[in-house]
Write a protein that binds this ligand. Structure first.
Ligand SMILES: Cc1ncc(COP(=O)(O)O)c(C=O)c1O
Length: 392
């Protein structure tokens, strides 16, 4: 695989198999971010009052081109949690209305929707999606069976967190549009990991992180809102971009309202174009394909070791991140700590629906040697009774 590891700031003593939690930023992109900070600090007033509006517009244009979306429908926000909170609070849910989702959603996002639904008297309906996964059609049909006459919103992860499953959101967004149901997609793991085309997807709301798979510095995400629905959006903080005292009109009711929330550090947003450029310069489609192929091989090796079958119906249901089932481990957190303390392996061991999994995430800096190290550690640390322990 491409020798990208030296370009990342990661500790060389750690086998880093957890790009999924917070991403990791390459040095040239990190340096670009520091450059923005320096520029700001040299003349904060000129920079923030006069240069920043145009710079943010250019950064939104770069994101719009990358995501195939009109830049005026996109606004930078700190993270996907923020984005999904804005969406959940915007929707006019009435008592008895239903928000349909799955039992694979991220905890913070579940919290946001549960809070809003509780306040409005609405129901948050979590449809089970089985693991091992069925075909895309079976997954989509299973979720869709949760639709009732009261369903107002379909909220789905594009790629789930705990189970790293790529949900068939294209099919489900199309069904929802026909049925008059709003769609809100949590794309925390999508930008950079899979090709994204927001026009083709045609969701009503989409929030995505740049700081995970696009490798931008932390605190950069976006919120896309379909033009007709933008008047619904209320910023969580009322600042200069909102209401009568608006000074900086871009797309005043949407972009300005969410963009000018008070003084903050805009460097992460301004660096997104550099993150996009970094991936272009390093032939990211090839990097993705290599990571995906190595991941497929890794899943089979871990399965051979544990004797527990792979969990995906088809290869396209995961991209650069996937899970393996673990045999029952008493104290999973202690097991996870041992992998780090004894072997310097950073990898999430997680519980979902009472079952235990290992989530492998591969980025351009990983190599087969990282997987060899993981297999050796698992062979030594997994509890006894493994069927084919010798096969790593
Ligand atoms: C599916 C999903 N949604 C939302 C989030 C939240 O992302 P952030 O912490 O950047 O807001 C995550 C984080 O891992 C996630 O996996």
């Amino acid at each position: 695989m491409t020798p990208l590891r030296p370009l990342f700031l990661l500790d060389p003593d750690v086998v880093f198999l957890n790009h999924g939690s917070y991403g990791a930023t390459p040095r040239p992109v990190f340096d670009a971010c520091q450059e923005w900070r320096l520029r700001l600090e040299r003349e904060p007033v000129q920079f923030i009052n006069h240069e920043l509006p145009g710079l943010l517009r250019r950064a939104r244009e770069a994101a719009g081109e990358y995501l195939n979306a009109d830049p005026d429908d996109l606004v930078y926000i700190p993270n996907a949690t923020f984005g999904m909170n804005v969406i959940a609070r915007a929707l006019p849910l009435a008592p008895g209305d239903e928000v349909l989702t799955t039992d694979h959603e991220y905890g913070a996002i579940d919290n946001a929707w549960l809070h809003v639904c509780r306040k409005r008297g609405a129901r948050y309906v979590r449809r089970p999606v089985p693991v091992p996964a069925g075909s895309d059609a079976e997954i989509a049909d299973g979720i869709w069976r949760g639709v009732t006459p009261r369903t107002r919103v379909l909220m789905l992860s594009h790629i789930t967190s705990s189970t790293a499953l790529r949900l068939p959101v294209e099919d489900l967004c199309a069904r929802a549009r026909t049925a008059g149901i709003l769609t809100a997609i949590d794309g925390a793991h999508a930008p950079g990991q899979i090709p994204l085309d927001l026009r083709a997807l045609d969701a009503d709301f989409y929030t995505g992180n740049c700081h995970k798979w696009l490798c931008s510095p932390k605190g950069a995400a976006f919120l896309y809102t379909r033009r007709e629905l933008q008047p619904m959006i209320e910023p969580p903080v009322i600042g200069w971009g909102y209401g009568e005292h608006r000074k900086l009109a871009q797309n005043p009711d949407y972009v300005d309202a969410l963009q000018w929330l008070g003084t903050n550090d805009p460097a992460a947003y301004l660096t997104v174009p550099a993150a996009i450029a970094f991936q272009r310069e390093h032939d990211w489609p090839r990097v993705r394909a290599e990571c995906h192929a190595l991941l497929g091989e890794s899943l089979h090796r871990v399965s051979a070791l544990t004797g527990l079958p792979p969990l995906y119906h088809a290869d396209h249901q995961y991209a650069q991140m996937a899970i393996n089932a673990l045999p029952r481990i008493g104290d999973l957190a202690a097991f996870n700590r041992r992998l780090f303390e004894r072997y310097r392996i950073e990898i999430p061991c997680l519980e979902w629906n009472g079952r235990q999994f290992l989530r492998i995430a591969l980025q351009g800096y990983n190599t087969r040697a990282d997987i060899d190290a993981l297999l050796a550690a698992l062979a030594a640390e997994l509890p006894g009774g493994l069927t084919k322990r010798g096969q790593i």
